[in-house]
Design a protein around this ligand. Structure first.
Ligand SMILES: [Zn+2]
Length: 320
């Protein structure tokens, strides 16, 4: 028997899974992404893989490949994470140390690219050559297939859709430091900023809100969506404005890439499907010129990127 490993490197956690040739996940590990030195993340991944192989009675020679989806930006050709938002490390080598330690090929892509690969081979994307995956989580990102080709870009970073400008007035500042980016308005980190903006614009509405008790500085994206579900008028105003920005971002993607299917994941979207994903069908046509694609929540949940990593390790998708 031969086996593969899928890895998901996040700013907070790294997850490692062992899968068989049919992409069935047979074991999992999860640990805090090490941040003490640039060599620490790969060393921790190698350890986790070795332990998993050992406890499942699998020889290292049976390992046929390791696929990795990671926070970026990356230098795909060198197999490194150049630097990562929320991780105090630069030039983190991933591919070479794993290859050398385990004697198996290793493939590194951006986490949203891994996700769209997962969707194409194991999710709703089967049978779609023109497919977009969008995550609405702490940030906003995307992975894209056009005519069956995976889009990567010169360094593997061709998918920073969260940094598309959706507000020419630039009312909010993005985590990247620039103004008017989609992610600044309706991601998990953007919603609190949008709430502040709307509270300034409509103080009377905010004063009546359950969120006023908490004070604006402590309000999270989850607080806003939970309050909207309880029909809090201020929270609904924030959520409706976020829906506008999401519709603009999704319409931009449709106008540029013309997909037949868009799947959406990420905690903000998947925990609030009725408030984040459903309204897109109604709002996106106001901004899109291309024929509307199907838009739906991913069914692969949190594991979507791991499935993409497994597909890479199995050689189902080949990198240039
Ligand atoms: Zn930005």
């Amino acid at each position: 028997m031969s086996y593969v490993v899928g890895v998901d490197i996040g700013a907070t956690y790294t997850r490692v899974v062992l899968a068989d040739r049919d992409a069935t996940i047979i074991d999992r590990e999860k640990f805090t992404t090490p941040r003490e030195s640039p060599s620490a993340p790969a060393a921790a991944i190698i350890n986790a893989i070795r332990e998993m192989l050992k406890r499942n009675g699998i020889r290292e020679s049976s390992l046929k490949g390791v696929g990795i989806g990671s926070i970026g930006p990356l230098d795909m050709r060198r197999g490194i994470i150049v630097r990562a938002a929320n991780l105090p490390l630069e030039n983190v080598p991933i591919v070479e140390p794993i290859k050398q330690a385990l004697g198996a090929p290793a493939y590194l892509v951006n986490d949203c690219v891994a996700a769209v690969i997962g969707e194409r081979f194991f999710g709703a994307g089967r049978g779609h050559d023109d497919l977009v995956y969008i995550t609405i989580s702490t940030g906003i990102g995307g992975g894209i297939y056009v005519n069956g080709h995976l889009l990567l870009g010169k360094d593997g970073n061709a998918h920073e859709i969260g940094h598309m400008v959706v507000d020419s007035e630039g009312k909010l500042v993005c985590g990247c430091g620039k103004r008017g980016h989609w992610e600044a308005y309706s991601s998990g980190s953007g919603i609190p900023k949008l709430a502040k903006l709307i509270a300034e614009r409509r103080p009377e509405l905010f004063q009546m809100s359950a969120l006023a008790l908490k004070g604006l500085s402590g309000v999270t994206s989850k607080d806003v969506y939970d309050a909207a579900k309880r029909n809090d008028p201020f929270a609904i105003a924030v959520v409706e404005e976020a829906q506008r920005y999401n519709a603009m971002g999704v319409a931009n993607v449709i106008n540029v890439y013309d997909p037949s299917l868009i799947t959406i994941g990420g905690s903000v979207a998947l925990n609030n499907v009725d408030l984040v994903i459903r309204p897109l069908e109604r709002l996106v046509p106001e901004y899109a010129v291309n024929r509307m694609p199907e838009i739906r929540a991913t069914q692969l949940g949190d594991d979507i990127g791991l499935y993409g990593a497994i597909a890479l390790a199995l050689g189902l998708e080949k990198l240039p």
